[in-house]
Each structure stands twice: as structure tokens, then as C-alpha cells.
Design a binder for this molecule. Structure first.
Ligand code: GLN
Ligand code: ZN
Length: 755
């Protein structure tokens, strides 16, 4: 029998059960016991779903983040989180979000950043020269015991030691790699304990194998696995998200029992790896896309798998390409999707079914799975030939786009002078990133409208009421550039997707973004057209209520692309150009309607970066061109803002500068303005709003803290080019948090102006 396994299953629950449990606990409405009960129920359910696999993952479940879990397992939570009184769970949540249920004072939360090129965020491990690891295997062992109770063929999942160090950050000048020697015995002991519990295989993830590694990191990998070789378990070394490329030999030679390769991202490599891999090693191939929601072409996959299977026999294992964390749980819950589009899709559960068909097809021949293969072919054919996918007019319009359309009329200094005249803003202008708290009332309004219990007129009236409230609050706070608050949007991508043709939506297609935050990426299945203005009415209504300048809010083409499940039947850049054209039309409509400031969020620009630097220029080339096409058709007086979150720009500043936005707002507060050094070195020419309020934590920054941050910022950027704003949108916070925080922000701006 072909061995099948899975690298990880979504833990949030098909109906986001974990989200409610976490949020209830944080609010103090429920206790730790009930949170743990929910976790246990989810794990049991997930294992049941994975029953047909030879090996199911254990330890992939996390209450917040798998990297933070690894830090806890290695006894590497920051001191500030452990010091405060409370349980281990409290310490854990303090690192995750700055506080746990019942904490009176917060601590600074761990930095959060993107997990490779996904939209999942992990908590960055913190290191310093004095870091000492200490094994704390309890979480993993108890999940293992649970798995055993549930008769699961358990394959524990760990982040490998080298990737763990690579993901972290030294808080002093020390070098994380120096910690390896001390870290390895802790891993060895963990593996020993797992073996003592009867574990045969352990999946050890080293996704850094798909990045460019210098000699030191390569050496660290060799050293680690030579040292761990003595451990009494079989290690399945897992790489994913890309080809092994120049690390292929290294990966094949590491002394482990098996190697997992992402055959979706690296279709050329299975054969090469099969040639290189020593004869005693298992080759696990990720043959089902763990990052997308399209059905696999099963027959085509069998075409190339069959010869490999003949060659490798038992040594061939099959799996999804990566953890299924990045796809929604179950397509069967989608009762409202168009049936034809529905037939083109597969979520986590369906992907495991596909895997089972492939395994059976290899074992017993295609005839044994003829029916499943025929259904699969029919679905693929229907998609290939569907009239809804191609729109000739869009294709023509996109063909006619030229790079010149992405060129502002004058250079930034001339524009800035005209804009200053027009806008009359004080020094250190204050603004926000767009959204204001999404209260229960707002969510109810949208929900009722969706369900049809509110009609169009009632809905419009309610949203306008929210906008009016938001404007009133901002005026009372004394902010300089106002926003309408985004009450009509439940999500910055979904909102636009819903109005664009070529997109469709799931009801429960949630994917974890960080902690309890989930996103429901829209499904981009066809050519994109904008049939009508998408934001103009709301923005103009908001502008009509205030004399202050109002900033119109749009999501940029690259973010629309990177945060959607994108069609796989044309290059991503072709879809991106179509999106750029649609956003460009919206920008021009806003300008026409008298909106003088337009923000085009490109929150996800950076996460689209290929994992290998050598592939960056190509991506950045088309991504920046798409932004420019969308944004730069406006007159000099119109001020274009862009916003990016969680980004570290050091290495892409030329591209950021090439966007030529008049103002860029960025995430900086958790990284203490460190980022700005890069802007300074690059002599970034335009305005910058470094975030001074960490909106991902419930903590409220004091005016002193904000002033201090801005003073740091001013060491890098001339004060006349600095804006003051939060890190990101405020929609996840409550008014009780936002009001004092923004009051402090405005107070800080006043102090800075006086100084
Ligand atoms: N304008 C969006 C908001 O404020 C930006 C969100 C984001 O960058 N993630 O919600
Ligand atoms: Zn943001």
C-alpha cells in the first residue's frame, strides 16, 4: 500500500470554533478548561477526518501559533511573559498578544511576521546571547496521548531546529546560530521521549530548505541531522513552498529516514530527488496543492506518479504539498456556491479524498478508481471550457495597457507642493489606516442585509449612520485626515471581490491569519471586470460630513491577488493586471467625485515575494507595475497613500519607492522604528507614516511612548515628511481601546509640533 500522510490540518474548525473559544477566554467569559475542551474536540474531529491516512499529524494543532508552540516546547518564552503571575497558558497568550485573560497590565507582545510566502503570521522567537533552552514537552505529549486514545496512527510534527533558529530574531547583537549547539540536545531529548511513547515517525519541518542558504546555514543543517541521527525515531524531513533548487543535494544527503518535497511548487524535482535519494530513504511527495482550492488533475498526476511508483515502490509516500492550514476545511458546507464553480473546488477534506484516490490508483491501478477519475475529469473539463471564465473585452483592455499609464504627471516634490497648498495640513499630520471598530451592531447590519432582513434603503441608512458616527468621533479626537471607517466592509479583499465580476465567495472558507483571526479569501476564477463604482458613494457621503480632508480607501491589485485564491489557469501576473485595471477605474472615479486623498492598501505586497531572492525582480516588476497602473493615473493634486503591514522593507525599498505613492504608512511599532533605518539609508524620498500604535495588542500606548517613537523616527526621516498613525486598521479593536489610543496619538502630535 502507498503510504499517505498529511503535514497539518486546519485547526480553527470548519465553523471557526477555535476563534469563539479563544475570544471567549480572552474576554474572561469562559475559563481555560472550556478553551482546552474546544481544542480537544477539534483535534478529535480533525483526526477523524484524516482517518483514511496511513499517518496523521499530531502537534499540528495550536491554540495560537505553531511557532509559538515550538518556543514553549523549547522553554523559550520571553522572560516578561513568564514573570507575571498566572498559568503557563497565561504566559503563552502574553507572548501572543501582550496579555492574557485577567491581566491588568500588558507586556509587549512578541513580534509577528509572515510564515514564508503565506498570509499566516507566526510569533517570532526571541533570542539573546543568554538564551537557554529547556524542554517542556507537555503539550506535545498530551496531544500524543489523546491521539492514542483516538486510535490515531500518530506522526508528531515539529519545526526543525535550524528553521526554528532561522525564524527567530536576536534581541541583542548575538547570532541565533550560536545557539544551535545548545538547542540540539533539547531536540534529541524530545525525540527520545517521543520514541519512548511509541512514536515511529516524526515529521520535522525545515522549510528553509527552499530558500537561499549560505554556507553557515547549510552547515547547521548537516550538523543538526548528523547529531539527531542517533535518536530512536525515524525523521521525515519536510520542505515545502518551493523547489529545493541548489539545496537538493544537501536535502537528499541529510541522514534522515525520509524527505518530503513539495511537488506542486517543484514539479521538476521529484525525478531528480528520486535519483539522488539514497535507497533506504522514503520520498514523500506533496502532490495535492495545500495552498489553493482547485481540484487536482488526478489523471495528469497519476501520469507522472506511476513511473515513480514503479521505481520507488514502498518508498514512495503521498501527501498534500504542505500543511492544509492554508486552505478552508470542508467544501461540503458550501451550499450557496454556484454548483458549477463548486464542482471545480476542493478544500482540506476533499484534498484528502483526492489523495486517497491517487494512492488507490497507484496501488490497484486506474481501473479501481475509474469513477473518481471520470468525475474529476468532468469537473476539469467544465472549468476549462466555461464561458464564465474568459471575458474578451477585459483581455483587450488589458492588452492595451502601457507602462506610461502608471506614470504620475510630475515628480514628487512638485506634487507635494501642490498637495500641501491644497490640503493645508499641520506638521506631523495624524490619520488612521482606514477601518474603525467593527462593532456587533455593524456586523449585525451587514449580516441582516445579507440575509435579506434589511432592505437596500435600510442598509444604506444604517451604514451612513455608522459613517457619520465615525466622522464625529474623528473630529472630536482632532485627527487631521479622516476616513469613513469601512463599516460596509467585512474584509478589505472580500468587499472588492464581491463587486468585481470574476470572483466568487464561500460561506465558510476561513483560513487562519493569526491567532483567532481568520480570513475568507475570495475565489478569483475568471476574468475581472468592474461593472460599477465600488466605494464612491460611501466616501463622498463621508466627505460631505466634514471640512477636514477625507481619505478614500481602496485595496490594491497586488493585495487583492495575494489574499485571494487565484485561478491557476493563467499566470498570476495576468490576473493582477486585470485587477489593476479595475482599481484604476475606481481611483479615477473617486478623483472625479472630488476625493483629494486616496489610499490604496498593498498590505500583502511583500508576502507575494518569492522565497528565493533570485526570483524577486520578476515578481516585483509586475507587482509594482500593477500598483502604478492602478494608482498613478491621477492629477498632481491628488494625494496617493499606500499602506503595508508587517512588512520589513529593507530589501525591497527600490520597488517601494518605484510605487511613487505620496505617503506610505507602515507597521513599525513592534519593531521599535528599526525599519526606518532602511528608508534613511535608501534616502526614500516621499512621506512616511510609521505606525505608532500596535493595533494587534489590546494595550494602549501613552503619549510619551508615541512621542518617543516619533522622536526615534525623526532620527531617520526629516520631520516634515512624517505622519502619525496606527500600525494598521482598527477594526479588530473596540472603541474603548481606540478612543484613548487615538487621543494619546493626537496629544503626542501636538507635543511634537510644539517642540
Ligand atoms: N484599510 C484597511 C483597514 O484599515 C487596511 C487593513 C490592512 O492593512 N490589513 O482595515
Ligand atoms: Zn495593515
Amino acid at each position: 500500500m502507498v503510504t499517505t500522510h498529511n503535514l497539518g490540518f486546519p485547526r480553527i474548525g470548519a465553523k471557526r470554533e477555535l476563534k469563539s473559544a479563544l475570544e471567549g477566554f480572552w474576554k474572561g467569559e469562559t475559563d481555560a478548561q472550556s478553551l482546552q475542551d474546544t481544542g480537544r474536540a477539534l483535534r478529535r474531529h480533525n483526526w477523524q477526518t484524516q482517518q483514511q491516512l496511513t499517518w496523521s499529524p499530531v502537534g499540528d494543532f495550536s491554540l495560537y501559533d505553531q511557532v509559538l508552540d515550538m518556543s514553549a516546547t523549547l522553554g523559550n518564552l520571553p522572560q516578561r511573559a513568564i514573570e507575571a503571575p498566572g498559568s503557563e497558558l497565561d504566559a503563552y497568550f502574553r507572548v501572543a498578544r501582550g496579555r492574557s485573560a485577567g491581566d491588568i497590565d500588558g507586556v509587549s507582545a512578541g513580534e509577528m511576521t509572515k510564515w514564508f510566502d503565506t498570509n499566516y503570521h507566526y510569533i517570532v522567537p526571541e533570542f539573546h546571547a543568554g538564551t537557554r533552552f529547556r524542554l517542556n514537552p507537555q503539550r506535545l505529549l498530551s496531544q500524543l496521548a489523546e491521539a492514542r486514545e483516538n486510535a490515531v496512527a500518530a506522526k508528531p510534527v515539529l519545526i526543525g531546529p535550524v528553521t526554528y533558529l532561522w525564524l527567530g530574531k536576536a534581541k541583542d547583537d548575538s547570532d541565533p546560530l550560536e545557539l544551535l549547539e545548545q538547542l540540539l540536545p533539547v531536540y534529541a531529548e524530545l525525540l527520545r521521549q517521543l520514541s519512548a511513547e511509541g512514536v515511529e515517525w516524526v515529521q520535522i519541518d525545515e522549510p528553509i530548505l527552499v530558500t537561499e542558504l549560505d554556507a553557515r546555514w547549510c552547515h547547521a543543517l548537516s550538523l543538526s541531522y548528523h547529531q539527531l541521527k542517533a535518536c530512536p525515531v525515524k525523521l521525515l524531513l519536510s520542505s515545502y513552498f518551493g523547489p529545493l533548487g541548489e539545496n537538493l543535494r544537501l536535502a537528499c544527503d541529510l541522514p534522515v529516514a525520509g524527505l518530503h518535497l513539495d511537488a506542486i511548487c517543484a514539479p521538476q524535482e521529484p525525478l531528480r530527488v528520486a535519483d539522488w535519494l539514497p535507497g533506504h530513504k522514503v520520498l514523500s511527495l506533496g502532490v495535492i496543492n495545500g495552498r489553493n482550492i482547485w481540484k487536482t488533475d488526478l489523471a495528469a498526476t497519476l501520469d507522472w506518479l506511476e513511473p515513480l511508483h514503479r521505481k520507488l515502490g514502498e518508498r514512495l509516500w503521498l501527501a498534500p504539498s504542505c500543511s492544509l492550514l492554508h486552505v478552508p476545511v470542508d467544501l461540503d458546507n458550501e451550499t450557496r456556491l454556484d454548483p458549477q464553480i463548486h464542482s471545480w473546488l476542493a478544500f482540506a477534506r476533499q484534498k484528502l479524498d483526492e489523495l486517497a484516490v491517487l494512492a488507490q490508483g497507484l496501488d490497484q491501478g486506474r481501473a479501481a478508481v475509474a469513477e473518481a477519475l471520470a468525475d474529476n475529469q468532468a469537473a476539469l473539463q467544465s472549468r476549462r471550457h466555461s464561458q464564465r471564465v474568459t471575458h474578451p473585452a477585459v483581455r483587450d483592455a488589458v492588452d492595451q495597457l502601457t507602462p506610461e499609464l502608471g506614470q504620475r504627471r510630475s515628480a514628487y516634490p512638485q506634487r507635494a507642493a501642490l498637495q500641501a497648498q491644497q490640503l493645508q495640513l499641520p506638521r506631523f499630520p495624524t490619520t488612521t489606516i482606514g477601518s474603525f471598530p467593527q462593532t456587533t451592531a455593524i456586523r449585525q447590519t451587514r449580516l441582516k442585509y445579507r440575509k435579506g432582513t434589511l432592505d437596500e434603503t435600510q442598509y444604506q441608512a444604517r451604514v451612513k449612520q455608522e459613517i457619520a458616527h465615525c466622522i464625529e468621533e474623528q473630529e472630536a479626537l482632532g485627527l487631521d485626515v479622516l476616513v469613513h471607517g469601512e463599516a460596509e466592509r467585512n474584509d478589505m479583499v472580500e468587499y472588492f471581490g464581491e463587486q468585481l465580476q470574476g470572483y466568487t465567495f464561500s460561506q465558510f472558507g476561513w483560513v487562519q491569519s493569526y491567532g483567532s483571526r481568520c480570513v475568507k479569501p475570495p475565489v478569483l476564477y475568471g476574468d475581472i471586470t468592474r461593472t460599477r463604482p465600488m466605494t464612491v458613494d460611501w466616501i463622498c457621503f463621508a466627505q460631505s460630513l466634514t471640512d477636514k480632508p477625507l481619505k478614500g480607501m481602496l485595496t490594491g491589485p497586488v493585495t487583492l491577488l495575494n489574499w485571494s485564491f487565484v485561478r491557476d489557469d493563467q499566470p498570476r501576473q495576468a490576473s493582477c493586471r486585470q485587477l489593476a485595471l479595475a482599481i484604476r477605474q475606481e481611483v479615477l472615479d473617486l478623483e472625479q467625485a472630488g476625493v483629494g486623498i486616496i489610499q490604496i492598501d498593498e498590505a500583502a505586497l511583500r508576502e507575494g515575494l518569492p522565497l528565493r531572492r533570485s526570483d524577486w525582480p520578476q515578481y516585483l516588476g509586475w507587482a509594482i507595475e500593477a500598483f502604478r497602473l492602478a494608482a498613478n493615473g491621477v492629477s498632481d493634486q491628488t494625494q496617493i497613500h499606500t499602506h503595508m503591514c508587517y512588512s520589513n522593507f529593507n530589501d525591497i525599498l527600490p520597488a517601494i519607492a518605484a510605487m511613487d505613492a505620496d505617503v506610505i504608512t507602515i507597521e513599525t511599532s513592534r519593531s521599535d522604528m528599526e525599519l526606518l533605518g532602511a528608508f534613511e539609508d535608501f534616502q526614500y524620498p516621499n512621506d512616511i507614516g510609521p505606525g505608532v500604535y500596535d493595533i494587534h495588542s489590546p494595550n494602549i500606548p501613552s503619549p510619551e511612548q508615541i512621542v518617543a517613537l516619533m522622536e526615534k523616527a525623526a532620527e531617520h526621516i526629516p520631520p516634515q515628511r512624517l505622519w502619525i498613525n496606527p500600525d494598521c486598521g482598527l477594526k479588530t479593536r473596540s472603541w474603548d481601546e481606540v478612543r484613548p489610543a487615538l487621543q494619546n496619538m493626537v496629544a503626542a502630535a501636538r507635543r511634537l509640533r510644539e517642540a
